[in-house]
Design a protein around this ligand. Structure first.
Ligand SMILES: C[S@@+](CC[C@H](N)C(=O)[O-])C[C@H]1O[C@@H](n2cnc3c(N)ncnc32)[C@H](O)[C@@H]1O
Length: 294
């Protein structure tokens, strides 16, 4: 493994979590309703439920899940009868150990975990009925290799589904987005924020923490479009809310925290949605459902 990959592995071995960081934008219940609505049309129907009812009328024999982390998605793929069995891969041994422990605890025996680097890993030809990638493609530098592997390992009618960060590489937010993010932040009162200003991190800051972070994220959508036949795309935006949210006081921003907190967050959501709709901003998250090009 290269030094870069070893450093990414060390980062994820030490920083895996079971349900993501608390300041991650989609963890907020109001934002979650918004992203659900953008994907499924209903604030109460989540992405996995949407995917199940639209693309998996019956349970498929074998799925492959890329970059599984601690494994919430694979456990759900089995529980919702999307796949009968799942092979799951991640670079981080500690994440895989935790995933394995959690599936044992839930009595799930149909997930086969593997440690591997998706930049170089090879899969058997014509093996999987579906391939899933949740929040992993933006950690992969050799996307061309991975997409070629996905194409060759998918069975004839197999589906490739990914829900992914497709925004600026290394989180270099554009000038327009930053202007709106900071103008929205200015409107929040001191008790509802923990930071007064948001800027892009430097590339060195991003790379020194995790060299795989958003390494070629701004190329993902173009490469998906070149490599696969797309059946469905649902953008769930995030252009303002994802960078903004960590500057807000996440503990005080639910519908239960009073009318002011709720109204301000709803306003931020509305501004993002309107600016994306009017093509002022580009979405930075999307769900893609694809098949091989025939
Ligand atoms: C943002 S987390 C997403 C984890 C999981 N899919 C989820 O939704 O919770 C990114 C994952 O990618 C894994 N990863 C990073 N680089 C990788 C690589 N080259 N090969 C395989 N997995 C990698 C990390 O170990 C981490 O578990």
């Amino acid at each position: 493994m290269s030094e870069k990959i070893l450093r990414a592995k060390a980062y994820w071995d030490n920083n895996y979590s079971v349900d993501g960081p608390d300041d991650f934008w989609t963890k907020n219940p109001l934002i979650n309703e918004y992203t659900n609505r953008l994907v499924s049309g209903s604030p109460t129907t989540d992405m996995v439920t949407y995917v199940k009812s639209n693309y998996f009328p019956s349970c498929l024999p074998l799925g492959l899940s890329l970059g599984c982390g601690t494994g919430w998605l694979e456990r759900l793929l089995i529980a919702k009868e999307i796949c009968h069995s799942v092979d799951a891969v991640d670079l981080s041994e500690n994440s895989i150990e935790e995933a394995s422990r959690l599936s044992q605890k839930e009595g799930i025996s149909k997930i086969n975990y593997m440690v591997g680097d998706l930049n170089t890993m090879e899969f058997p030809e014509n093996r999987y009925d579906a391939v899933f990638a949740g929040g992993i493609l933006h950690h992969i530098e050799n996307l061309e290799h991975l997409f070629a592997q996905i194409r060759s390992t998918l069975r004839n009618d197999g589906l490739f589904l990914t829900a992914e960060y497709i925004g600026p590489s290394r989180f270099q937010w554009g000038k327009t987005a930053l202007q709106y993010i900071n103008r929205i932040l200015d409107i929040f009162p001191p008790e509802l924020k923990i930071n007064d200003r948001i800027a892009s991190p430097t590339i060195d800051e991003v790379v020194s923490q995790d060299p795989s972070e958003a390494v070629r994220s701004d190329e993902i959508e173009g490469l998906i479009r070149k490599s696969f036949h797309i059946l469905d795309v649902k953008y769930y935006n995030g252009t303002l809310l994802m960078p903004l949210y960590p500057a807000l006081n996440a503990n005080k921003l639910s519908a239960h925290d009073g009318p002011e907190a709720e109204a301000l967050l709803r306003m931020a959501i509305l501004i993002e949605e309107a600016l994306v709709k009017e093509n002022v901003l580009t979405p930075i998250y999307g769900l893609f459902v694809c098949r091989n090009i025939t």
